[in-house]
Design a protein around this ligand. Structure first.
Ligand code: ADP
Ligand code: MG
Length: 244
C-alpha cells in the first residue's frame, strides 16, 4: 500500500565550508505526516528548502512523487507546483485582499481564469475557517489568521505535498492552536506533510513519524511514542529535556 511521496537520498548541502546537511536519507509515504525536530542550526530548514529546490543540494537526490527533482533537466516550476510551502513568516502581499492573495498565484503560475481562481480561493478559505475574511486585507488579521490564509494560498495550488517550516513559531501563544487545528485537519484528510516544529503535542498526536536532526544528520526516525516518549540517543534526550 505504502508509496513514497518524498524520497531523499544521501543529501548533502554546504554553504562554502559550512557542511550543513551531511548525508540525509528519508522517505515519506503518501498521506504520511512527518515532524522534523531538532536544535536551531541543525539543518531542518535547509532540508525542507532542498525538498522544493529553494536550495540546490551539493550532492544526493530528492524525488517527489517518483520524479527526481534534483535531475538538472527538471522543470523547476513544475516541481514547485506540486509542493506547497508554509513559512514562519506568512509572506502575504499587504496591498492585496485575502482573496487576491489566493487568486494571484493561481492565475500567474497555473493560468487559471479569474472565476475559477476565485472559486478555488473561496473553497480553500472555507477549509481554513476564514470564508468571512475573503475581502479583508492582511493587516486587519491576527497572525494566526494570516498564517491560515498562507496555508489556504498554498492549498489553492493543489499541491501533492505540504512543507511547513515552524509555522507557529512567530505567533502569540493564544493563536497557535487555530493554526495547528487547520494542520491537523489537513493531516486527517490525507495530505502528505513534512512539518518542522517545536510543538511536541502536535508531533505526538498528529505525526506518523518524528525525525530528530542534529548537526546535519538524522539521529532518530520513528513513531512519536518512540522518538519523543522513549528516545534511544543521548542527543535526543538532551534536546527534549530542554523543551519540557
Ligand atoms: P535550522 O532550521 O535547523 O535552525 P538551518 O537549516 O536554518 O537550521 O541552518 C543550518 C546552518 O546552515 C546554519 O549554520 C546556517 O547558518 C546555515 N545556513 C542556512 N542557510 C544558509 C544560507 N543561505 N547561506 C549560508 N549559510 C546558511
Ligand atoms: Mg529553521
Amino acid at each position: 500500500m505504502s508509496r513514497p511521496e518524498i524520497q531523499v537520498r544521501d543529501l548533502h548541502k554546504s554553504f562554502g565550508d559550512n557542511q550543513v546537511l551531511k548525508g540525509i536519507d528519508l522517505e515519506i509515504n503518501h498521506g504520511e505526516v512527518v515532524c522534523v525536530i531538532g536544535p536551531s542550526g541543525s539543518g531542518k530548514s535547509t532540508l525542507l528548502r532542498c525538498v522544493n529546490l529553494l536550495e540546490e543540494p551539493t550532492k544526493g537526490q530528492v524525488f517527489v512523487g517518483g520524479t527526481e527533482i534534483t535531475d538538472p533537466d527538471v522543470d523547476i516550476d513544475a516541481v514547485r507546483r506540486r509542493i506547497g510551502m508554509v513559512f514562519q513568516q506568512f509572506n502575504l502581499f499587504p496591498h492585496l485582499s485575502v482573496t487576491e492573495n489566493l487568486t494571484l498565484p493561481q492565475r500567474r503560475v497555473l493560468g487559471r481564469n479569474r472565476a475559477e481562481a476565485a472559486r478555488i480561493a473561496a473553497e480553500n478559505l472555507a477549509r481554513v475557517g476564514l470564508a468571512e475574511k475573503a475581502d479583508a486585507y492582511p493587516s486587519s488579521l491576527s497572525g494566526g489568521q494570516q498564517q491560515r490564509v498562507a496555508i489556504a494560498r498554498a492549498l489553492a495550488m493543489g499541491p501533492e505535498v505540504m512543507l511547513f517550516d515552524e509555522p507557529t513559531s512567530a505567533l502569540d501563544p493564544e493563536l497557535v492552536g487555530d493554526v495547528l487545528a487547520v494542520m491537523r485537519r489537513l493531516a486527517e484528510e490525507g495530505m502528505t506533510m513534512m512539518v518542522v516544529t517545536h510543538e511536541m503535542t502536535f508531533a505526538r498526536e498528529v505525526a506518523d513519524r518524528v525525525v530528530f536532526m542534529d548537526g546535519g544528520v538524522i539521529v532518530e526516525d520513528g513513531r512519536p511514542e518512540q522518538v519523543i516518549g522513549n528516545p534511544q540517543h543521548e542527543r535526543t534526550r538532551h534536546f527534549l529535556s530542554r523543551l519540557l
